[in-house]
Design a protein around this ligand. Structure first.
Ligand SMILES: Cc1cc2nc3c(=O)[nH]c(=O)nc-3n(C[C@H](O)[C@H](O)[C@H](O)COP(=O)(O)O)c2cc1C
Length: 354
């Protein structure tokens, strides 16, 4: 599997998730079997490039290549400038966000809303490709199946984007109108795959090795991309790789091993965010890691009141030590995707790009 000149170790990708797939989390997923990860989106608004949020998002220190940066915006010239800016800071692949359903990105209709305006969408793709090509940087596009049930234009946009020089297309099997409701459908992804020659990545509701295999087979996609199912379970990529290779499930990870992964992640996380923001933003990762485990919900409530790195780390270590007394390996977890109101609010907040 290649994106432009970059060969990837496998075809299991981490989806870009604003507020989640920061550098520490991307690194963890890659360490545990993901072949590729895209950064959280960076705004095309220049006035925000020096904000703490954007500069943290543009931090790729120590990240395994290829470094892929997603950009979001609604103006072709600004998007081209954003591509050049991120290439100067180490981006080896530029991904254009036409997949985020947030109402507004940077106070304007961006993300998947762009799918409603095909000429503008194409103008943006052309401008970004023109900015990236002289640097030998491939441009990829992430989109949904369309604007609404009546307007599924992914195939048209895919063909136009391919003609404009895009090196890979990712399709989330929902329309913009759907947000995260209903089920992802894979017929449109299969149709996109059949319509273009560049690699196509299937995304949406992939939560298990069986589903991964089924989606790959049904769509003919070159790769799959996983978002929410990797929250708190970054070893899902290794699980899927094992299943695709052998047809068998590997054993759940050792509880002590999961503790080590999480503690290492926390250490990396605090280094990027500092103590105050780090402790608070780590809570969601810890919450996802424990939510389906015995005693997880109680622990989550208690842990959310802790305010220092030291107490948070100790609480996590104690929780997993206690769990490992009865469970050598992590007890089977429920893989339902969390999509309550709080999750939606967090997504909306994270998707404002300042
Ligand atoms: C918290 C959150 C933040 C997201 N942020 C982005 C983003 O910045 N850019 C983007 O293209 N998609 C974003 N998405 C969409 C995901 O990349 C993915 O397309 C979607 O979650 C469907 O995949 P899944 O069912 O595997 O989660 C986000 C999703 C979530 C849950």
């Amino acid at each position: 599997m290649f994106i432009g000149p970059h060969e990837l170790p496998n075809r299991l990708f981490v989806a870009p998730m604003a507020g989640v797939t920061d550098r520490p989390f991307r690194q963890l997923c890659k360490q545990l079997g993901a072949g590729y990860a895209v950064s959280e989106m960076v705004t095309s608004r220049k006035d925000l490039w020096n904000s703490l949020k954007t500069s943290r998002r543009a931090n790729h220190e120590g990240e395994t290549a290829p470094i892929s940066v997603q950009i979001a915006g609604t103006d072709a010239a600004m998007m081209a400038e954003a591509a050049a800016y991120n290439i100067d800071r180490g981006a080896q692949i530029i991904d254009i966000n036409m997949g985020c359903p947030a109402k507004k990105v940077c106070n304007k209709w961006a993300g998947s809303a762009l799918m409603q305006d095909e000429p503008l969408a194409l103008e943006i793709v052309q401008a970004v490709v023109a900015a990236a090509a002289p640097h030998g940087v491939p441009v990829t596009l992430k989109m949904r199946t369309g604007w609404s049930q009546e307007n599924k234009n992914a195939v048209r946009i895919a063909r136009a984007a391919e003609s404009a020089g895009v090196a890979m297309l990712t399709v989330h099997g929902r329309t913009r109108e759907q947000g995260y409701k209903g089920q992802a459908e894979y017929d449109t992804i299969a149709a996109v795959k059949a319509a273009v020659k560049v690699p196509v990545v299937a995304n949406g509701d992939i939560t298990s090795p069986e589903k991964a295999q089924a989606v790959l087979a049904y769509t003919g996609a070159d790769a799959i991309m996983i978002g929410r199912a990797a929250q708190g379970r970054p070893w899902i990529f290794g699980d899927i790789a094992h299943y695709l290779a052998t047809g068998e499930h590997r054993a759940a990870p050792l509880t002590q091993q999961v503790k080590q992964w999480l503690l290492h992640h926390l250490d990396d996380h605090y280094k990027l965010y500092g103590e105050f923001a780090g402790v608070r933003t780590a809570r969601k990762h810890i919450g996802w890691a424990v939510r389906a485990l015995p005693g997880g919900e109680d622990f989550r409530a208690r842990m959310n009141t802790l305010e220092t790195c030291a107490t948070q780390v100790q609480a996590v270590a104690d929780f997993f030590d206690a769990l490992s007394v009865a469970h050598d390996r992590l007890p089977l977890v429920d893989t339902a995707l969390e999509d309550d109101e709080a999750a939606q609010d967090a997504r909306e907040a994270a998707c404002t790009a300042n």
